[in-house]
Write a new protein. Structure first.
Length: 441
């Protein structure tokens, strides 16, 4: 059935979203990933020479993982099976493996493409392993998650990992211009979009080709044609279509840890601008503000410590403010804490003391508490010399006692080694004086 289009006249509707209609079919049409499929690059050679082995494509959404697998399917002399980890289980895997094994016995090579392979559990991934080992299938997996964490080591060791990168802005603009000219896109229409608006769409897409093409399609569909049939996509329409960017972020995935690491390391490097940027990246992507607040509390003692003990109070106060207000109001409290911690003097002496002492606890014998600092609440304990030799520091003129508090085997061991940063400089001087006094006869 024919229908009226939005721009006047009758035409048969184009099938599928713009991104699907424009999916490239050859390496020459493929945009981006020049480090993999540029002239002379390894993956291009493997494809052109039909020497594909099992591999994993790892990269963010919309960078061409599935498209590249389909190009391989068209280029290779092999049967191709497209498999989704979202809709398939062990039963479906076994059926496909039997089909591939039958093909192998008949001299037919089978390429199995598994989209979102990270969604398979260990048992499902293990089901592929024997067939990969004996060559029944060539496995091509696609994942947005770090394969080191999400794919079984045994399976991953038999696959070459290719890292696909987010597309550059110029790559996306090239795709958008192609969509305006290609008959599968808007080539049979007169669509006018300025370079500035194409750039805005490309920046909004954040390296994702699918997002860029979907945004362009939305802008064109929502722009009425003028009397001459031209579609002038305006800045206002593009602004409406790019009102809120969907940031790449998985609260349990690698990007989650990348961003919190970026915040932590920016504060450690005393860079308040970067700290606020990474903080807001997480909040804008929907991160729980209390998670960020907890990490800031940790940072206050791990990286600032005794150089500025007030940092811990600021961090805890920010956490409390987040529990009172929640988002979006608590963003300024988190930013307050992040800036304060960025600008505070830094010391990891307390953090290192924890690590050094833990090392001794785990690696050396657990010696009994020295008698002089044991508690002696009963007469029996007193008879056993619990507390014998204990000196109450407040009873001395110096408010100090030359009394060992570590086990004999650890006598003289130093765990807390204060720096000369901030307030810790004074603490270091005080501790040096105490150690010197205790060492005197």
């Amino acid at each position: 059935m024919e229908q009226m289009n939005l721009f006047g006249g009758e035409e048969k509707p184009l099938a599928g979203p713009l991104a699907s209609r424009l999916r490239p079919e050859t390496l020459d049409d493929y945009v981006g990933q020049k480090h993999l499929i540029g002239p002379g690059k390894m993956l291009r050679k493997l494809i052109e020479q039909d020497q594909i082995s099992s591999m994993v494509f790892w990269g963010p959404p919309g960078v061409g993982k599935t498209t590249l697998a389909r190009i391989i399917a068209r280029s290779t002399k092999a049967a191709f099976i497209d498999f989704s980890a979202v809709t398939s289980g062990i039963k479906e895997i076994k059926a496909v493996m039997e089909q591939a094994e039958s093909g192998r016995r008949n001299g037919i090579k089978t390429i199995l493409f598994v989209d979102e392979i990270h969604r398979f559990n260990k048992a499902q991934q293990d089901a592929f392993l024997p067939y990969v080992e004996k060559g029944s299938i060539i496995l091509i997996g696609a994942t947005t998650e770090n394969p080191s964490f999400e794919i079984n080591g045994a399976l991953l060791s038999r696959c070459k990992v290719f890292v696909l990168k987010a597309l550059e802005e110029e790559d996306l603009i090239q795709l958008l211009k192609h969509a305006l000219k290609d008959k599968r896109g808007f080539g049979e229409m007169e669509v006018v979009v300025s370079e500035d608006e194409l750039g805005a769409i490309a920046r909004f897409a954040n390296g994702d080709a699918r997002s860029a093409l979907n945004t362009l399609e939305m802008a064109v569909i929502n722009t009425p044609a003028d009397r001459d049939g031209r579609v002038h996509v305006t800045r206002e329409v593009v602004s409406e279509c790019t009102d809120r960017r969907s940031l790449l972020y998985d609260k349990k995935g690698e990007e989650h840890y990348n961003l919190i690491s970026a915040l932590h390391k920016s504060m450690r490097n005393s860079d308040p601008d970067a700290a606020v940027y990474w903080l807001m990246r997480m909040l804008e992507a929907g991160e729980d503000p209390l998670y960020i607040a907890r990490r800031i509390v940790r940072f206050a003692s791990e990286d600032v410590g005794m150089a500025d003990s007030a940092a811990l109070s600021v961090a805890v106060a920010a956490y409390q403010a987040c529990t009172y207000l929640g988002m979006p109001e608590c963003d300024v409290h988190l930013a307050h804490a992040a800036v304060y911690l960025s600008m505070a003097p830094k010391s990891n002496a307390v953090y290192r003391a924890v690590g050094l002492s833990r090392g001794d606890i785990r690696q050396k014998p657990a010696e009994p508490v020295p008698l002089q600092i044991r508690n002696a609440p009963t007469q029996l304990m007193q008879q056993l010399d619990y507390g014998k030799g204990y000196i109450y520091a407040h009873d001395t003129q110096e408010k100090l006692a030359k009394m060992a508090c570590l086990p004999d085997s650890l006598a003289g061991t130093r765990y807390y080694l204060p720096t000369d940063q901030g307030k810790e400089k004074e603490i270091r001087k005080r501790l040096d004086e105490i150690i010197q006094w205790k060492s005197e006869p």
